[in-house]
Design a protein around this ligand. Structure first.
Ligand SMILES: [Zn+2]
Length: 294
């Protein structure tokens, strides 16, 4: 982003924010979001599912947006321009259509996979809305998420098939490693803080995909392939930093589910992760001590 961009986006924000009440600004954002087919569908479906769905502006909130399933409330950060909040609104409304039971206590791997899939779905909807609306909404989204935007728009252009475009955008979310690591870190923090880990409960990839990607009215999902792809390298690789934190949590809770994930090596290669059990660690320590004593 150039200095001019920063200056003008700041100016733009002030100009659009001034003189409007919270209700007026939300109405303006909704009007833009509903002016494209995907935006209208997501918001109609969200209101059908949660008749008491609320949208509010929360000054000073940490993120750009959020969805609280307990109060069916979408929160938007008013310090961002309307165009960014349009796609954020669609992102959060997409979360409201997902099956919340996927966030019940489970093992670490299931929690990480569930959060990732839910985020990938919400981002795919953002990419679709940005593509359909065009203009500054598309510009802002493409700048923030170039890979996901490209996956959606190029697939749509080449195939003319929006469901395939959704599926490719969903998958492209996993390629933005720093973004994925950010959500993994949130899962670890949340799981640890709330004592939320249930090592014996594992969600199948099918259950996770069904929860994250709601079926359309005709019963079809945009991802038609077998959900087992979620356990492949591209979708289940942990960063070294994530693994470092996750190991500690898994040891604390006796959760061995990280076996079956993949980890990035120092040289950038990705390998299957094999944890060392506490028993094996102790055994090897005893072995070392014996060796020293001999
Ligand atoms: Zn999200």
């Amino acid at each position: 982003m150039s200095t001019l961009d920063i200056l003008f986006s700041g100016f733009f924000r002030r100009e659009t924010a001034v003189g409007r009440s919270e209700e007026e600004r939300i109405a303006d954002i909704l009007k833009i979001a509903e002016s494209c087919p995907t935006g209208k569908k997501v918001l109609d479906d969200a209101r059908d599912r949660h008749p008491r769905l609320k949208i509010r502006l929360v000054p000073g909130m940490e993120h750009m947006g959020g969805y609280n399933p307990r109060g069916w409330t979408i929160s938007l950060n008013p310090s961002f321009c309307d165009e960014k909040l349009v796609t954020t609104l669609i992102h959060e409304a997409s979360h409201s259509l997902q099956d919340e039971t996927i966030f019940e206590p489970a093992n670490l791997k299931s929690m990480i996979m569930s959060t990732r899939a839910c985020e990938a779905d919400a981002s795919a909807h953002e990419a679709a809305v940005a593509t359909e609306l065009g203009g500054k909404v598309r510009e802002e989204y493409a700048r923030m998420h170039p890979g996901i935007y490209r996956a959606y728009s190029q697939t749509l252009q080449e195939s003319g098939d929006s469901r395939r475009a959704f599926a490719e955008a969903f998958k492209a979310w996993y390629d933005v490693r720093p973004y994925v690591a950010l959500y993994d870190a949130r899962v670890l923090k949340y799981a640890n803080k709330l004592d939320h880990i249930m090592p014996s409960t594992e969600f199948t990839p099918e259950k996770i995909l069904r929860a994250a990607v709601p079926a359309a009215a005709e019963g079809k999902r945009y991802i038609t392939e077998d959900a087992s792809f979620l356990t492949e390298k591209r979708f289940l690789t942990l960063s070294r930093k994530t693994l470092f934190k996750a190991r500690y949590v898994s040891l604390m809770y006796g959760d061995g589910s990280l076996n079956g994930t993949f980890v990035e090596g120092k040289d950038g290669t990705v390998k299957p992760y094999r944890s060392i059990s506490l028993k094996r660690t102790l055994k090897s320590l005893v072995g070392v001590d014996k060796g020293r004593g001999a």
